[in-house]
Design a binder for this molecule. Sequence first.
Ligand code: C2E
Ligand code: CA
Ligand code: CA
Length: 469
Amino acid sequence: MLDDRRKDEFGLLAYYFNQAEHKLKHLALHDSLTGLPNRLLFQDRLQQAVAMAKRHDHKFAVFFMDLDNFKIINDTMGHEAGDELLKEVALRLAGTGRKMDTVARLGGDEFAFIINKVDGIEDAVSFARRLNQLLKTPITVNGHNINMGSSIGVTICPDDADNSEELLRNADIAMYQAKDNGRNTTCFFTREMNVRLQQNKEILTDLAESLLQGHFELYYQPLFTIDHKTLVGAEALIRWHHPEKGMIPPDKFIAVAEQSGLINELGDWVLAQACREIKTFVNVGIVDIKVAINISPVQFRRKDFLQHMLLILEQHDVSSNFIELEITEGAVMDNVDQAIDMMKALHDAGFQLAMDDFGTGYSSLSYLKRFPIQKVKIDRSFITDLENDDDSKSIATAIIQMSHSLGLDVLAEGVETEAQLQYLQGEKCDYVQGYYTGRPMPASQFIEKFRRAKDTSLANETAVSIITT
Ligand code: C2E
Ligand code: CA
Ligand code: CA
């Protein structure tokens, strides 16, 4: 700073110079859209907070907040509307802290807080509640009332960490956990989250390597008509043969692949492999079946999803009529109209569509009515309890009747006992899948079990063409 106390023109010059410098500094340390401190200033304040906490032996909390579905609003209503929304959120957030606290915008739709001198987790919980409350009132942009949700991660210094980098990372990890838990929630950092993060990183590296090395296999689980007489299809279920850890079930790695986007490559491999094996099935006489493929929401939301699938089919010379796509409600509920357009296009292109794990998500009848799907798969959790739990019985029955009234077929997943099968037969369920009628098995075993002996020799000679569209 220059000395601007002099009463001559040098003093005046110094005054203007200092003002400009002040402005520049402010610009460098604040976000231009909202006027809140930016990431740089936040980090600086965080370091100060750590030093103060050490000196005075008190605790403070770091909050990380990410708006839910901001991207969708930005994409559908335009960037200006997005900016207006961010400004309003910032205004509300700025009013929350005490003078000694810091509210910052780290970038995009990410905000962060330093809440100084908290006595413990209870103080932090009550602040998290206030944050949630703040966004409860809808925000009006361009005449639309928008309900904003947010996912919040919290970490406490020095309980969780006593340096700024680690605190920031912890709050970020906890925020991602909150997103995973279904959005609009708050999560406190725990050490287990860190351990899980490390494990997930390891899984991801191994997955990428295994994709290159071809360590995956598809198992096929037979799908039957409810009388258990006719084989109508097979669900393709991925298996990972980890070179050191042995077989790893999909529940352990699909979520990691989804978070990282690797699920796209994995999904491509699944479809390509299914195509290769469909050809083998047909060649040995298993002709009139559909192979059901699980589609991750990440794949389904891609704009070029349909073109991409068709390209793989074309490369393998297989018709879409052989494929049933299993989609979950989670994939379609984010943007229902767009999802319906995609489903229509997929169906027009020859794919069969099934709603997977039905009953566990939104299970909304009004939406089901609008979805151009052909089949509903009742989630395994209801079938498991069929024998002992009246609620499960009435849910299964309701799903069957409701689906039939909409003209949809119904398949029950996870049928393990004769009693379960009988109940479903009585309720006129259409199809069955489960350990009782057949476990998932390698393609070779599937062929052994279901090839029609009489067709085999013939099919081998005439390598059947399976292009039908
Ligand atoms: P899902 O789509 O619900 O698949 C059915 C799961 O239930 C399979 O588990 C199957 O082995 C299991 N199952 C079938 N019948 C029974 C039964 O009678 N009793 C019991 N206890 N379980 C039964 P799996 O193969 O471990 O797959 C788990 C999940 O991983 C699948 O659930 C699906 O969501 C996902 N998944 C599997 N393969 C793929 C894939 O290629 N792509 C994607 N995106 N997800 C996949
Ligand atoms: Ca499935
Ligand atoms: Ca399922």
